[in-house]
Every structure is written in structure tokens, then in C-alpha cells.
Design a protein around this ligand. Structure first.
Ligand code: CA
Ligand code: CA
Length: 169
């Protein structure tokens, strides 16, 4: 986990946290040291210790699914649980992480944000709404909106889009 996931994906904005059910700091410290862990370890409140989980554990508990520990979860960018396993399956986790971190949008035209095959004022309106936060672009809409390709949507993209529509270089 430490090397395969945490250190490998840190540049892709993957956040990894451990959740532990003991408040025994010495036990936690030993575990962290033995496994050379550098990701944060959180305490699950409400746990009586032992094999019983706390509030977080109870929220995600999958009944009739074998041993409760260890349990690994992957939550995607929108907060949806994409993976839960009671056995460590690093290969599978890496597959899921690759899927989630690689772009799935392949079909878009720069500037044609609403995907109607023309670039006009409607695309500007969409872009403005994304920038103001009144609308969230999908992945393809984001790529189509990022005219200057700097992975940020801002006024520079509006300027470039307006110039494109007016035919100005
Ligand atoms: Ca359009
Ligand atoms: Ca941009």
C-alpha cells in the first residue's frame, strides 16, 4: 500500500488514509514504524477496540462478506465508492486507480463545449458558467473548455474562445 499506491499515485491527487480502530497510540506508532507508513492514519471513533469497528466502519460494513479486516475502499472523485474488499488485492486496486485517474474523454472539439458541432456564443455561456461555478463541466466539457490547455478554466479561455469565434488570431 505504502509504495504501490501512496507513493506511486501521490502526483495524481490520490489521497490515501488509513483508518484504525484503536486509540492506543503506542500500538499505532509501532504499526506505522513496522510498515514504514507515511500516509495519515485516522482513528475511527466509537470503536470499543478489538475486532469491533467504529462509526466509519459500521457505515461501510458489508454484511456476509467474510472477515471484516482488513478492508480497503476506493472512493472516486465524486464521492462514490468504487471498490471495497476484505482482502488486500493490490493489483485490482491499481487497476481501479488507473481507471479513475486516466481521462475517459476521447471525443471532444476544443471550443465546442456544448458539443453541437458549432462554436458560438452558447459555448461562451457554458464556459462562463463553469468559471463562475454555477455549472460543473463533465470531463469532455472541461477539455473542450480549456482552450489554452493549462488545465484551469478562467478568463484566458474565454478570451481565446471569443477570438476563435470572431476569427481573430
Ligand atoms: Ca457549441
Ligand atoms: Ca485554461
Amino acid at each position: 500500500m505504502e509504495t504501490a499506491i501512496w507513493q506511486n499515485y501521490s502526483q495524481d491527487d490520490v489521497i490515501m488514509v488509513g483508518i484504525i480502530n484503536t486509540s492506543n497510540q503506542t500500538q499505532i506508532d509501532n504499526f506505522v514504524e513496522e510498515n514504514s507508513i507515511s500516509f495519515p492514519i485516522l482513528f475511527d471513533p466509537g470503536s470499543p477496540g478489538g475486532v469491533q469497528g467504529g462509526y466509519t466502519y459500521q457505515d461501510y460494513y458489508l454484511p456476509n462478506d467474510g472477515s471484516p479486516y482488513p478492508r480497503d475502499f476506493i472512493v472516486d472523485q465524486t464521492g462514490i465508492l468504487q471498490y471495497a474488499n476484505n482482502e488486500i488485492d493490490t493489483e485490482w486496486m491499481l487497476y481501479i486507480l488507473d481507471e479513475l485517474t486516466s481521462g475517459s474523454c476521447t471525443d471532444y472539439t476544443l471550443g465546442d463545449i456544448n458539443h453541437d458541432l458549432t462554436i458560438n456564443v452558447l459555448d461562451i455561456i457554458n464556459l462562463v458558467n463553469y468559471i463562475l461555478g454555477s455549472n460543473m463541466p463533465s470531463e469532455c466539457e472541461f477539455y473542450a473548455s480549456d482552450l489554452n490547455g493549462d488545465e484551469i478554466l478562467n478568463v484566458l479561455d474565454i478570451v481565446q474562445l471569443v477570438n476563435q469565434i470572431l476569427g481573430v488570431e
